[in-house]
Write a protein that binds this ligand. Structure first.
Ligand code: PLP
Length: 392
């Protein structure tokens, strides 16, 4: 196929033309600083307020609880570090899961080096956090539970409401990294008992480099970036108005299209999963069969290297992602795949395909045909596979 087939929407999404159009005037004609008092700049303040309100409405909360950040990573860092600092008099214990994004896990490591204790909760074979272990991990000194809404690699959706209830019952703050879930799943922070939530615009057809942290009123975490009084004194720095406007527009579009879009993505996902599992032998689907993001399919193909598969898919104009962490300079397989119990050699042969509503059945057919061809070719070069066939 001449055309590129983009199946890596968990990595990032295409910025929608409507989003770009909404942003453009704020680079050129409407360039005022929202903190200035004259009429010209108040239009920027208004645009910022409108974007904040759109995001707040989408999360079932109020504008005053939404703080713009430079993306999901910053929101995660802010939630964890500032909570740890603000509540350390109560205790220095934090609970998270083993399958969090590195934005949470590496921040936990940072806090560990500064005297905080972190409990990393196991997940089951589908990637669902073990709630009994979570409850048992709670101590009088626990100040925060941070569990992601849905996993970026295997798409598993966590029992967020139950975790919210556990946190509330034990008077512990609950933060969730909803970077992959926002725009894909219904989220109502009050109903789910969420105290803090991280989101990122570029995962829902908005621009890269902007996100937000929802902070429930009354939580005493302070500024993460020090300076001016922007973001009600909690996140200093002149606001990125064009990007905030883009984020707001992306959220507005995501909310109005969510039902139809995710239905289509789920149908495409199911078609893809069925074909791959039926037509490529020695293959497994990673993650939960139904409690998974509408657009996520993650497979492990025995006897091959995911990286080789990726490169060969790329040569056929297919953009995908593997389960290994090679891009981070390490040859270790993904911590998520190891946490669901996959042996190293199987985790190494993993492939993540994350769809958008723009994908077509023809694209998926072409992709499955290529996967079959490439997996077959790679297996024929694999001494492990040769050995396996000989012993069969
Ligand atoms: N959290 C999750 C679950 C993610 O998938 C990502 C991005 O891949 C992030 C956090 C980081 O978000 P950002 O790229 O906006 O910094």
């Amino acid at each position: 196929m001449e055309k590129k087939i983009y199946l890596d929407n968990a990595a990032t999404t295409k910025t929608k033309p409507e989003v770009v159009d909404a942003m453009l005037p704020y680079f050129s004609e409407l360039y005022g600083n929202p903190s200035s008092v004259y009429e010209f700049a108040t239009q920027n303040k208004k645009a910022l307020d409108e974007a904040r309100l759109t995001i707040a409405n989408a999360l079932g909360t109020e504008s005053a609880e939404i703080y713009f950040t430079g993306g999901g990573t910053e929101a995660d860092n802010w939630a964890l570090i500032a909570t740890a600092e603000a509540y350390q008099d109560k205790g220095k214990h934090i609970i998270t899961s083993k399958i969090e994004h590195h934005a949470v896990l590496h921040t936990c490591e940072y806090l560990q080096k500064r005297g905080f204790e972190i409990s990393y909760i196991d997940v089951d074979e589908y990637g669902i956090v073990k709630l009994d272990q979570l409850e048992k991990a709670i101590r009088p000194t626990t100040i925060l539970i941070s569990i992601m809404f849905a996993n970026n690699e295997i798409g598993t959706i966590q029992p967020i409401k139950e975790i919210g209830e556990i946190a509330k019952r034990n008077k512990i703050l609950f933060h969730t990294d909803a970077v992959q879930a926002f725009g894909q799943l219904d989220i109502d922070v009050d109903d789910l008992g969420i105290d803090m939530l991280s989101a990122s615009a570029h995962k829902l057809n908005g621009p890269k480099g902007i996100g937000c942290l929802y902070i429930r009123k009354g939580i005493k975490i302070r500024s993460f970036i020090h300076g001016g009084a922007q973001e009600r004194g909690r996140r200093a720095g002149t606001e990125n108005v064009p990007f905030a406007v883009g984020f707001g527009k992306a959220v507005e579009l995501a909310m109005t299209t969510m039902k139809e879009r995710t239905k289509k993505e789920t149908e495409l996902r199911e078609y893809l999963i069925k074909r791959v599992l039926a037509e490529v032998p020695y293959t497994r689907l990673n993650g939960h069969r139904s409690k998974r993001l509408p657009n996520n399919a993650n497979f492990s193909f025995q006897f091959i290297e995911g990286e080789s598969l990726l490169i060969m898919l790329d040569m056929n104009n297919i953009c995908a992602s593997s389960g290994s962490a090679c891009t981070s300079g390490s040859l270790d397989p993904s911590h998520v795949l190891l946490s669901i119990g996959l042996p190293h050699e199987i985790a190494h042969g993993s492939l993540r395909l994350t769809l958008s509503e723009a994908n077509t059945i023809e694209e998926l057919d072409y992709t499955v045909d290529k996967i079959k061809e490439i997996v077959d070719k790679l297996r024929k070069m694999s001494p492990l596979y040769e050995d396996f066939v000989r012993r069969r």
